[in-house]
Design a protein around this ligand. Structure first.
Ligand code: FAD
Length: 389
């Protein structure tokens, strides 16, 4: 534990060093999300941060001489929090495996892994994770996107629309969830390349996390082969939905770390730039600093828990509720401290306040997280998340 803590502190320090490079592009990316490629020519060593597995990653990040592949949730939360103190949207706008990578790691066979990761290793490639739909949101019970037999050709056809999909319009490959049969086990995960006939990705105009370029994915008679079905070699109970739930559980602490980073960034900005504070304002900032510290411990505990058992999202939900609320409170407090006109005079604060709101919806709203938290509590799953000694 001590060794891991020292390692994580060094990793955090490295993340903080790299975060400084994001300040130059934050507002530009917010104005024009298509400028994400500009990030790639900057100083950020983005290839080392995106979580490429060892066999496709010859030059990983190194801490104390030890390679770090950024594939553990605890590694991701400490680095992402630091980067998000400056610009969470920039990190989310990077090419790489992101959410779909969890599905590939869980249920792809070797040829599918090679197809996916080789593309990402060969050139900067964004990926998508298509779950949410315009009419039914992210509730899989109502999923309309369908995978059905192609009467003529003997193959399969994918039809449907996914909405609010991060990086969707600029992605080269990703995972789409679709219903193949009725019932909870009838949802399958499909590996899909963007150039496939009948597939289009259209960017949506958004207010928060604009760099992430939320998109709509439209699929009209997209041909799907058996080799595109993820988890086809596994039982239905260890297939698409199983892997989607594990992805949410593992990614939720990361979303919480983004929110925490934004909350910390707003606190630090106010503490640095608002020099003359009243006693009441000083108290508000110091109370916020305490809550940031507490939430950091919670996010780390949730990350440890997710690494230990990705099937359990209890602590992840608790951390996300806490961190997203704090991001909103912190950014709004910072704006209030600068008085009327703050959003115009401090454009970074304005951007962070808009970004903070997006975390509430990303990965499920707080009400939905409360349901997961309650179910976990009733099943006796609420532990402190630390790995067993
Ligand atoms: C920045 C961002 C990135 C995203 N990235 C992706 C992505 O890459 N891929 C993807 O597929 N989707 C993505 N999404 C979509 C996101 O996952 C969903 O919008 C989110 O999960 C909310 O789901 P929903 O739309 O079904 O809303 P719902 O869960 O239906 O919520 C709608 C409202 O009803 C309330 N509510 C719902 N159920 C209950 C209940 N039981 N009790 C009380 N209140 C309830 C909620 O709190 C909310 O106010 C992203 C969204 C954002 C904002």
């Amino acid at each position: 534990m001590t060794t891991d803590n020292g390692f994580l502190s060094d990793l955090r320090a490295l993340g903080r060093e790299h975060a400084a490079t994001l300040g130059a592009t934050a507002l530009e990316l917010d104005r024009d999300p298509s400028r994400a490629t500009a990030l790639l020519s900057g100083e950020l060593p983005w290839r080392q941060l995106i979580g490429m597995p060892a066999e496709y990653n010859p030059d990983p990040l190194r801490v104390r001489g030890r390679p770090v592949y950024m594939d553990r949730c605890v590694e991701q939360v400490v680095v992402m929090e630091e980067l998000a103190r400056v610009d969470a949207a920039a990190v989310l706008a990077l090419p790489g495996p992101s959410m779909s990578g969890f599905v590939i790691a869980d249920i792809a066979d070797q040829p599918q892994r090679d197809r996916y990761y080789q593309l990402l290793a060969d050139r900067p490639t964004w990926t998508f994770f298509g779950m949410t739909e315009p009419a039914h949101g992210s509730d899989p019970a109502g999923m309309r996107t369908a995978l059905s037999p192609d009467g003529a050709g003997g193959g399969l056809l994918l039809n449907g629309t996914k909405r609010f999909v991060g990086n969707g319009a600029r992605a080269g490959i990703g995972v789409v969830f679709a219903r193949r049969h009725a019932g909870p086990l009838g949802v399958v995960a499909v590996l899909l390349q963007s150039g496939t006939a009948g597939f289009t990705g259209v960017p949506l105009d958004t207010l928060g996390l604009r760099g992430l370029q939320l998109s709509e994915l439209r699929m009209r008679d997209v041909p799907v082969a058996e080799e595109d079905l993820l988890g086809r070699h596994r039982s239905a109970t260890r297939g698409g939905m199983w892997s989607a739930v594990r992805t949410f559980n593992r990614y939720r602490p990361v979303v919480a770390s983004f929110a925490l980073g934004v909350a910390q960034g707003a606190h630090d900005y106010a503490a640095e730039h608002r020099r003359r504070l009243s006693a009441g304002e000083r108290h508000q900032l110091s109370d916020l600093a305490d809550r940031l510290e507490g939430t950091r411990a919670m996010v780390l505990a949730a990350a440890h828990a997710a690494d230990r058992d990705p099937g359990d999202g209890t602590l992840a939900s608790a951390a996300k509720i806490r961190a997203t609320r704090l991001a909103e409170e912190s950014t709004l407090l910072a704006l209030r401290l600068f008085g009327p006109g703050a959003r115009w005079e401090h454009p970074l604060l304005d951007k962070w306040a808009r970004d903070a709101r997006a975390f509430e919806f990303m990965e499920g709203t707080s009400n939905v997280q409360r349901l997961t938290l309650t179910q976990g509590y009733l099943r006796g799953r609420l532990t402190d998340g630390r790995p067993a000694a």
